[in-house]
Design a protein around this ligand. Structure first.
Ligand code: GAP
Length: 492
């Protein structure tokens, strides 16, 4: 059994062994920070995405969903500020040639200081405070001095021989079209680094065709790409990942009200997925992104510490105003509601935007790190037993029900197949007749299947089956005709 230190490594290995996540292009030794989802992972990811989509677009009557293209006109990224601002301060170690994000380098040093006890913790806090102040001012010379003064060393070369701090843009570029342009820059398009801009450029299309009235939201899920420098911790920081974003269009001046509303609403939503409240916390941003007047992260306590799971950003009218300026197309809304302060209609304005943005892969990792458990117990006869189980909430588990005939004969497989046919239109089922029943239960525990039904000889006599519950391993006898409803009730 693994101890606390290597439980995360065990989880990564488990994800591979049970068809959840594979390294991309593994046969060619993989591609760093890019992953493929296997048969169980793809289904779990889809279930999480569907749960988000339904909660946004079906349960809110003022939020609609779209699916914008990954490629966008290159001016989009000029207007959004990503060409000029979407960069991180980086520093290179001259001996190892290893490049670091400055904040990650300093944070790692602070973590190492904390291990030294109270004095170290004080030093770490002071260091991080200085770093935040310098980052907020984009003071790169100051950051370099902070690294030098603290003698922060490269983890590879163990030296403090650093370059200056420089900005590094995180967008991937590619060429568009088959014809070579005179100016090669003309053909450049970017792989979108966030899905949000696809929503902003469609704001008026959706508002007009959907006759949406402010406040209203546009939701979208989809791939985003960032050339992350320090990409590690499995699927936590990837170069190709998926976002689930919602832009909520509001009246100027109402942003703090909606900021507080969505902050609580999104935390509550995570709790509805079974994430315990004490594993979630808010972290207010000190350095605001170029588009925001307030921002926070909802953080989760991952096995490697507290890290961002979702961002809540008050984006003001920055994006729509920028697109209006660059496209020369009006991005305004006419609000005919009466402003109680003036007694007149609010009239024309560029709406403000409140954004909720959660990484689907990060949420996947959150669910998996909570679900993974290695259990050991003593049986009634005094012998030891153990299992690895994924306690994925039943409503999002990839397979809901395993249907298992006790033996491969005596008409039991036929009854099992009949049950399978009855249930498979309503939820994901898995049929298996190979190996002893205990072994089959363990396999289902390992992929997180919440319910198993066993068809045995008694089934032929009284039309009952044994239903076995993954979480407490209890079993009960139920009528075969009730199985579908029992599962539907449990996953709804
Ligand atoms: N539209 C706003 C935006 O993109 P962000 O804080 O940069 O804001 C939002 O990203 C969310 O996307 C993050 O909270 C995180 O869950 C996810 N995310 C960002 N970069 C990621 C990466 N490299 N790998 C995996 N998920 C990432």
């Amino acid at each position: 059994m693994a101890n606390e230190q290597n439980i995360f490594a065990e989880l990564i290995a488990h994800c591979k062994e049970y068809g959840y996540i594979f390294q991309s292009s593994e046969i060619y030794d993989g591609l760093s920070a890019v992953y493929d989802y296997g048969q169980n992972g793809a289904q779990l990811k889809k279930n999480i995405r569907d749960y988000w989509w339904k909660s946004m677009t079906q349960l809110h009557d003022n939020i609609v969903g779209i699916d914008a293209a990954i490629f966008m006109h290159p001016t989009t990224w000029k207007a959004s500020g990503h060409v000029d601002n979407f960069s991180d301060p980086m520093i290179d170690n001259k001996d190892s040639n290893k490049r670091y994000r400055v904040d990650h380098l300093i944070e790692a040093h602070a973590e190492a200081l904390r291990v030294k006890g109270d004095e170290g913790a004080k030093e770490a806090d002071a260091l991080l405070q200085q770093m935040d102040a310098l980052l907020a001012k984009d003071d790169y010379a100051g950051l370099k001095k902070l690294i030098d003064d603290n003698q922060i060393k490269c983890a590879v070369s163990k030296t403090a021989n650093w370059t200056d701090v420089r900005q590094f843009n995180l967008m991937f570029k590619t060429e568009f079209g088959a014809v070579a342009a005179d100016n090669p820059d003309e053909n450049i398009v970017y792989l979108r680094p966030e899905t949000a801009q696809g929503i902003f450029v469609n704001f008026l299309n959706v508002q007009k065709t959907g006759r949406m009235k402010i406040p209203f939201g546009i939701a979208q899920t989809g791939k985003a790409f960032r050339n992350e420098i320090v990409a590690r911790q499995f699927i936590f920081r990837m170069r190709e990942f998926e976002q689930m974003e919602m832009q909520f269009f509001i009246r100027p001046g109402s942003q703090m009200e909606w900021y507080n509303y969505w902050k609580e609403e999104r935390k509550r939503w995570h709790e509805s997925l079974g994430i315990p409240a004490n594993k979630l916390r808010f972290h207010d941003h000190v350095k605001l992104a170029h588009y925001a007047d307030a921002a926070l992260d909802i953080e989760f306590e991952f096995p490697f510490g507290w890290k961002e799971l979702e961002g809540i950003h008050s984006r003001t009218d920055f994006d729509l105003t920028q697109h209006q300026a660059y496209s020369k197309k009006k991005m305004q809304y006419f609000d005919n509601d009466i402003d109680p302060a003036t007694g007149k209609a609010y009239g024309n304005y560029v709406p403000y935007v409140l954004e909720t943005s959660v990484g689907l892969d990060r949420l996947f990792l959150t669910i998996m790190s909570l679900a993974y458990a290695e259990e050991k117990w003593t049986k009634e006869d005094g012998t030891e037993d153990s299992r690895v189980v994924l306690r994925i909430p039943a409503k999002i588990a990839p397979t809901k029900l395993a249907i298992l005939p006790l033996v491969k004969k005596d008409g039991l497989p036929e009854i099992a197949r009949e049950l399978m046919n009855e249930c498979k239109g309503s939820f994901m089922c898995f049929y298996e007749e190979k190996d002893a029943i205990g072994k089959r239960y363990r396999r289902m525990d390992a992929i997180g299947t919440p319910f198993c039904v066993t068809i045995d000889h008694q089934t032929k006599e009284d039309n009952t089956v044994t239903i076995r519950y993954r979480d407490n391993m209890t079993q009960e006898r139920v009528a075969i005709k009730d199985v579908k409803d029992i599962i539907l009730k449990a996953i709804s």
